[in-house]
Structures are given as C-alpha cells and as structure tokens.
Design a protein around this ligand. Structure first.
Ligand code: ZN
Ligand code: ZN
Length: 406
C-alpha cells in the first residue's frame, strides 16, 4: 500500500549568514531539536525551487513544487490571486491585480486609499454594475486590494498597467504591448473600466462618508499585472493522487486551486506571524488519512525576511520547530521539509539562494546529516535538487510513481 505525502513549505525560510547572528543564518541560529532529529532520520539535500540563481515568487515557486514548469504556465500573478480570493477563473480569462486608490485633481495622492478597511464590498457591488461591453467580475480582497477579471474570448493580456506605481502623478492609460489586436482590445476595455468605475466611485456613499470622516476616498481602481488564466493539467489528473493544500495566503491558495487541489481551511491559520502553527500541523496530520498528497504553506519566515528582522525570524523558526512533535505517528508516511524560496533578512526580499530539504519516511537512505539548515543539508544524499523534481522523488518513495519504460 502506498504511503501518503506531506510537503511542508516554510515560506521564505532560506537565508544568508547574518552578522548579528554570529554569521549564521536564522535557521542555523535557531534552536531546532525536532527539525534536526528529522535531518538525522531523513535524507537531505538542497533545492533550487526553479533553477540556480533564479529568484522565485511564491506563485512561481509553488508551481515548480507542484511539478509544473513556471516558465510555461505562468503569465502573471493576477490569475492566481483571483483564484485565491475565491473568484472562479477559467483558462483564457484575463486577470488584473487592483488597488483602490485616491485621486485628487487628476493626481494619484494615495495608492492604497489610506489602507481602506471598510466599505470595499459596497464599492465592489457598484463597480460590478457598470457596463463595459463584456462580462467581467471585480472582487475586493484584503484592505485596498482587489482583482478584476475579463471573461471574454479573444482578449490578450499583453497590456501596460493603469497603476503608475507612484504617487503625485496622474494614472496611466493602458496600452497594448504588442501589435496584436487582442491586446489592443483588452487595453481599450480596461481604460473604459477605469473611467466608468471612477465615475461611479466619485460620489459613492462609502466615499462621501470617508471624506466626512477625514479619510481618503477610494475613488479610483488602479489595475496592474495583467495575466491570462493558464491551461493547467490538474495535479490529481497528472498524478492520480488525491491532493489538498493548507495555505493562509491567497496567492498560494490560488496556485493550489488552479492545480485542482482541495483547499483545507484551518481556524487560526492567518498567513501572518500570529498564525496558529499547532492548528495547522494538527489539521495536516488529520488530512493525511484522507489524502495522498498534502501541501502545507506557513508564511511567517517570509514576513520577517521582508522586514529584515533576523531575531524575529529565528523566533518564528523556533516556534515552527516546537510544535513539530504533533506530527509524531506519521512514521509510515513521507514528509518533506523545505521552502519555496529564500527571503534573506539582509535582502528584505526573495533571493535565488538554494533551500534546505529533508525527507523523512520509512525507506529513505539516511545520510549522516545531523542538522536541518542551509549548510548542513548540502552534505546529504539528495545533493542538489530542482523544485520541479521534488514531487517526483516523493511519489517514487511513497509508491505513487509510475515506471517510465518497460
Ligand atoms: Zn513564498
Ligand atoms: Zn515574500
């Protein structure tokens, strides 16, 4: 009987040596007795999620971890973000990421409409009433964020942003980036959307109230990052496995949804530093009974990496480690511990540095590595793996692989 697979993705865990940590990485500096025990039992290596030196986004990184070639299926963040906040997207739809912003006397004075928190649902409802000649959906996300989907055949996605990406300047007119008529049409429709939505937002009751309260009105929608919803062969179809994901952030949920995975909700899983790690591990363990493959994404390390907070990253890693005892009892299954990319605290963004990888399970060739970190795992039996190969390795180990040839 085949075992199940648990892939634990510590988002942004990889790092570089940090002076204030005595030239250790946060993972090296953190006390991680449980992860170290896994490294001792397991087979180890380092992993380039996409390719050496290629800096992954969380979306492209997870696509690779699910065995897709991001260079082939990735057209932009919009489609994944849209799927992640619950819009039903279909291959061929055009998706944009959007901000509610503030425009005053023709200039964008606040790109986030003062980080608007309330009323965006009402604003979205009104926006969805406008007529731009095609079917479309606008949906608000967290705070000032939103997603716009054009549901129409024959539209291209190679168009420039309406969002000027800075304040104190006018908004931009979207232009086709190619000579393709499909792109020209998309740009025209997007420009019409911008004008008509601005009109309906300008005297919207939500905005009148905001102005009365001394807050920034959300009186324009700035679209950016257009992308076509890709044709993706679903993971269950491709692998024959029943697949699920636990992920706090919409972008990763979107990738997993588009890959045809079930999304498991976990109370208290926020995608923030305050996320309930215990609840996530418990739910993942439970899901192993029902699914052949479960992916878990926990975000915290990435956040402290972006903020440049080395000690906070160390503490979060120690919390990830402390709760790991919950996974005891899964010894007949295969568990991988890795990340989707490095987010070094000195870079304050993602980097192409390889990631530590440990796989534990009943039949792995343990390799003498005794510590789970970037430099120790180099000496392990998996050597250097590409992210796209990880799922194949896990499927092979767990009895879900298929012979190639006779
Ligand atoms: Zn990430
Ligand atoms: Zn990040």
């Amino acid at each position: 009987m085949a075992s199940s697979i648990l892939m634990i993705i510590y988002d942004g865990i990889g790092d570089r040596p940090v002076k204030e940590l005595d030239n250790r990485t946060p993972l090296e500096a953190a006390k991680t007795p449980n992860l170290d025990r896994m490294a001792k039992k397991g087979i180890n290596g380092i992993m380039d999620t996409i390719a050496p030196g290629i800096i992954p986004g969380s979306d492209t990184g997870h696509l690779a971890l699910l065995g897709y070639d991001p260079f082939k299926v990735y057209t932009g963040r919009g489609p994944f973000e849209a799927a992640g906040i619950g819009i039903e997207v279909e291959p061929g739809d055009i998706a944009f990421r959007c901000n509610f912003s503030t425009i005053e006397e023709g200039l964008i004075t606040n790109r986030r409409a003062g980080r608007i928190k309330e009323g965006t649902k009402e604003l979205s409802d009104s926006i969805n009433q406008i007529d731009i000649g095609i079917d479309f959906v606008f949906q608000e996300g967290v705070e000032h964020r939103g997603v716009l989907i054009f549901k129409e055949d024959g539209l291209g996605s190679n168009v420039s942003d309406v969002d000027p990406h800075e304040e104190g300047v006018p908004y931009l007119t979207s232009k086709p980036i190619s000579d393709n008529e499909d792109d020209t049409r998309t740009a025209e429709i997007l420009n019409e959307f911008t004008k008509k939505s601005m009109k309906i937002l300008s005297d919207h009751p939500v905005n009148e109230l905001r102005v009365d309260m001394g807050e920034r009105p959300a009186n324009i929608v700035l679209a950016r990052g257009s992308g076509t919803v890709p044709h993706i062969r679903s993971l269950p179809e491709r692998t024959g496995m029943k697949c699920a994901a636990i992920a706090g952030i919409p972008l990763v949920r979107g990738v997993c949804l588009m890959a045809g995975m079930d999304i498991i909700e976990v109370d208290g899983a926020t995608g923030g530093m305050d996320t309930d790690i215990e609840a996530i591990y418990l739910r993942a363990k439970e899901a192993m009974k029902e699914y052949d493959f479960v992916l878990v994404n926990i975000k915290g390390c990435d956040l402290s990496g972006h903020d440049g907070l080395a000690h906070e990253k160390v503490e979060f890693i120690e919390r990830l480690d402390r709760e790991l005892k919950i996974l005891e009892g899964l010894e007949e299954h295969y568990i991988a511990f890795t990340g989707d990319h490095s987010t070094p605290v000195l870079v304050k963004d993602h980097s192409g540095d390889s990631l530590p990888l440990t796989i534990v399970g009943p039949q792995v060739r343990s390799d003498g590595v005794t510590s789970y970190d970037e430099r120790s795992c180099v000496r392990g039996g998996l050597s250097r793996l590409s992210g796209q190969d990880l799922l194949n390795v896990l499927m092979d180990l767990s009895g879900h692989g298929e012979k190639f040839g006779a």
